[in-house]
Design a protein around this ligand. Structure first.
Ligand code: AMP
Length: 408
């Protein structure tokens, strides 16, 4: 069901509470916490500029890190308020009043009322409250009491039923989506529901168990599925190949076999790596491997060796498949891309996807990191800001933060 958006409501002079995903990476430098990547803040600017232009008084609520329900100065959102003010070019007031204290709540309300139309107020890390992750209805009501309209623009947090993503939306007089949320739902949802064909899906990453529901769901839609990364080796083992010490999930053999059978039954091309970069020792996350070598096509992985990346023939085959596509979805690295000797396959796929001319959708997390690092980001159609959220959405799950918004 389509959800109402900020374009469907009258925002002028209204107090608007926006749930954003400002869970940015921070680094301590000279005793100060510094933001090392502000993408998540930048991505919310279209929504914030729209609210500013309409003269709304906007209160922003977000989480940062895992403070486990207790205040922690190192996980304060204060540096985000400063960076946001620079980016948005408006006043951003930062407030740490306690929302579970009546006086604190009243102070926030007064501050919001006192905002110049178009200015912003950012609240302190909502995970400083134990109620947040418990989806405490009382905390949700308190948040909702601050606003006339609740907006969810935090796709990356929408898979969690927390107070600020679900309870607050349910308690608010109106609950709608922001532009970033709409964009994520469009590219990961609508665009993949009726994709322009051929539709090629590339899936990688460590584990079959993390992706099996995604695989199953996308086998109903894709024309081809290319598998790489650690999870490929459980599939290869099912196909009767020797995989040495490569990642293997014994309890996922049946689901891997079922996926292969489903692909066959549905006529979906199911491609697995035909050659590999292998090594005898992987020191990870120590970021080192013993000298690697390539296997030849048809060669088994010897005992004592493990696969850490796809080989050149696989890169070629996957590149060919992507070049013929009209829509490509990619999620998960092809190898241990954090280590230079095992990164070639992942970067080759990033390059192939970006230069394919297809509508290219990157499903969050490591693949987005790889695309950015490869310098190809401007060539892809869409990069999701959600890691876990994008995976759950691709599994076909209803995200609680989306379900709680008002239907159109
Ligand atoms: P995921 O979080 O499931 O998307 O997996 C990402 C992780 O998978 C990255 O940290 C990669 O280093 C790791 N990975 C990818 N390929 C392999 C492989 N062949 N063996 C071990 N780990 C891998």
């Amino acid at each position: 069901m389509a959800k109402k958006s900020i374009e469907d409501v009258d925002l002028k002079g209204k107090r608007v509470l926006v749930r954003v995903d400002y869970n940015v990476p921070l680094e301590e430098r000279d005793g100060k916490m510094v933001i090392t990547d502000d993408t998540r803040i930048v991505e919310t600017l279209p929504t914030l500029r729209h609210l500013s232009a309409k003269g709304a008084k906007t209160i922003l609520v977000a989480h940062l890190g895992r403070p486990k329900g207790k205040p922690d100065p190192k996980q304060s959102l204060a540096p985000v308020a400063d960076r946001l003010a620079e980016l948005v070019g408006r006043r951003v007031e930062f407030r740490g009043d306690s929302l579970i204290d009546e006086a604190g709540l009243a102070a926030v309300k007064r501050a919001a009322d006192g905002l110049g139309g178009g200015d912003f107020l950012l609240l302190e890390n909502i995970r400083f409250y134990p109620g947040e992750e418990k989806n405490d209805p009382d905390l949700g009501k308190r948040l909702a009491s601050l606003c006339d309209i609740y907006v969810n623009d935090a796709f990356g947090s929408a898979h969690r039923a927390h107070s600020s993503t679900e309870a607050a939306a349910k308690a608010a007089p109106a609950a709608v989506s922001g532009y970033l949320m709409q964009k994520e739902l469009r590219y990961l949802g609508d665009e993949l529901e009726k994709p322009e064909r051929p539709f090629v899906v590339i899936l990688g990453g460590a584990k079959v168990s993390d992706k099996i529901t995604v695989i199953d769901n996308l086998l109903d839609k894709a024309d081809a599925m290319l598998i790489g990364g650690g999870m490929a080796y459980t599939f290869l083992s099912v196909m009767g190949q020797k995989i040495g010490n490569s990642l293997f999930e014994a309890d996922k053999v049946d689901v891997a076999r079922a996926a292969i059978d489903k692909a066959k039954a549905k006529g979906v091309k199911f491609l697995l790596p035909v050659d590999h970069v292998i090594t005898e020792k992987l020191d990870f996350p120590g970021k080192a491997i013993s000298p690697p070598r390539f296997t030849k096509v048809g060669e088994q992985i010897p005992d004592g060796w493990l696969a850490v990346d796809i080989g050149p023939e696989t890169i070629k085959a996957y590149g060919d498949a992507v070049r013929g596509a009209k829509t490509v979805l990619w999620n998960g690295p092809m190898g241990v891309f954090e280590i230079k000797d095992c990164a070639k396959g992942t970067f080759a796929v990033a390059e192939a996807v970006a230069s394919s001319g297809a509508k290219s959708i990157i499903g969050g997390g490591d693949s987005v990191k790889a695309v950015k690092k490869s310098g190809q980001a401007s060539k892809v159609t869409f990069m999701s800001t959600g890691g876990g959220a994008s995976l759950e959405f691709l599994e076909g799950k209803v995200l609680p933060g989306v379900a709680a918004l008002n239907d159109k």
